[in-house]
Design a protein around this ligand. Structure first.
Ligand code: GDP
Length: 366
């Protein structure tokens, strides 16, 4: 599964959020499963309404959502890039994730310790950014030293091109910017692929607000929204404490009543998990049989045989063809037979690029 990491300064509500995700899944009334890998890591279902719409018409024995891995990366502080407070260990944890969920404190509470003075989500965010940028700078500089020699001594033209890209990344980082915004094109990425840069990872911001602002946001979340917009990044507003409280409720009716009291139509966690999934730039296809209705994760642009390999590795080699119905048609015509009659069931071959929402049935040789 793809991996997301929760980062942020201490006491901004990271653990509260992580615990809400893990506790919520344990409760009986839960919409999703959570499987603990270690105290800070777990696998969680991605809530996708389409899956339940399909289940409603297919009425299968089992409904199986797709999952993402989520890690609570605590301990990132100012000076982490210089090894402050086990900083290097935490930065190493970030290196392993595919996307970052950056929690920023947008609530006032005298009882929650804060070392940075008045609440300021923008400078908080910058503190974390700076640590990641410094670490990236270190990686880039190391590689520049190595490549520069090759470019000079051997006059290696490829090394010169790489060097040029690395220098651009370096000066970008020196301006206090994240590499994901540099707009490197696909052909340029191999020059830095081996560095596993931290600031190139897609990032979602979570403005952790207090209860009165949970639907509207507040002046702090507005400050954060502005910088997120400038970055072209997504931000969601959550109240992590409320999420934790919802998660604690075992009984479905209690849960529903609590959410009604707070005028919530669904737990905010659903929004979080959906946004995190979107951030990973993934697509979902479905299989819909009476045994199970299930969501499968692929990368956008994958062809049918590769998509089939997610179900079973043998499916890719033995792939013959796929029967495909779009999600909308599957819902509209209710039965597969009706889809077929309406000419909405397509037979696709090896070159077919799977669309998000496709309902697939693979034919293969074993
Ligand atoms: P972490 O260090 O980022 O993991 O922060 P924690 O999740 O441990 O939260 C630190 C403290 O802030 C705890 O006492 C939480 O109860 C509290 N806290 C978390 N979220 C909120 C919130 O939305 N509002 C308020 N008032 N307190 C919160």
């Amino acid at each position: 599964a793809l991996k997301t990491g929760i980062v942020g300064l201490p006491n901004v509500g990271k653990s509260t959020l992580f615990n809400a995700v893990s506790t919520s899944a344990k409760a009986q009334a839960s919409n999703y499963r959570f499987c603990t890998i270690d105290p800070n890591t777990g696998l969680v279902d991605v809530p996708d309404n389409r899956l339940y719409q399909l289940a409603e018409i297919v009425k299968p024995n089992k409904v199986v959502p797709t999952q993402i891995e989520i890690v609570d990366i605590a301990g990132l502080v100012k000076g982490a890039s210089k090894g402050e407070g086990l900083g290097n260990k935490f930065l190493g944890n970030i290196r392993e994730v595919d996307a970052i969920i950056h929690v920023v404190r947008c609530f006032e509470d005298e009882n929650v310790l804060r070392e940075e003075g008045a609440i300021n989500p923008v400078s908080d965010k910058e503190i974390i950014d700076t640590e990641l940028q410094l670490k990236d700078l270190e990686s880039v500089e190391k590689k520049i030293q190595k490549i520069a020699k090759q470019a000079r001594v051997g006059g290696d033209p490829l090394a010169k091109i790489e060097l040029d890209i690395l220098e651009r990344v370096k000066s970008w980082l020196e301006q206090g910017k994240n590499v994901r915004q540099l707009g490197l094109v696909k052909e340029e990425l191999p020059a830095i692929a081996d560095l596993f840069l931290l600031t190139i990872k897609p990032t979602l911001y979570v403005a952790n607000v207090d209860e009165p602002s949970m639907h509207t946001g507040n002046k702090y979340s507005e400050m954060l929204q502005k910088v997120a917009d400038e970055e072209g990044a997504e931000m969601i507003i959550l109240n992590n404490s409320i999420e934790a409280q919802i998660a604690e409720l075992e009984d479905a009716d209690d849960k529903a009543m609590f959410m009604e009291e707070y005028k919530m139509t669904e737990p905010g966690l659903n929004r979080l998990l959906r946004s995190a999934y979107k951030l990973l730039n993934l697509a979902t296809y479905f299989t819909a049989g009476v045994q199970e209705v299930r969501a499968w994760t692929i990368e956008k642009g994958w062809k049918a045989p590769q998509a089939a390999s997610v179900i079973h590795t043998d499916f890719e080699k033995g792939f013959i063809k796929a029967e495909v119905i779009s999600f909308d048609d599957r819902i509209k015509y209710v039965t597969e037979a009706a889809c077929k009659e309406a000419g909405r069931l397509r037979i696709e071959g090896k070159e077919y690029i799977v669309n998000d929402g496709d309902v697939m049935h693979f034919r293969f040789n074993v």
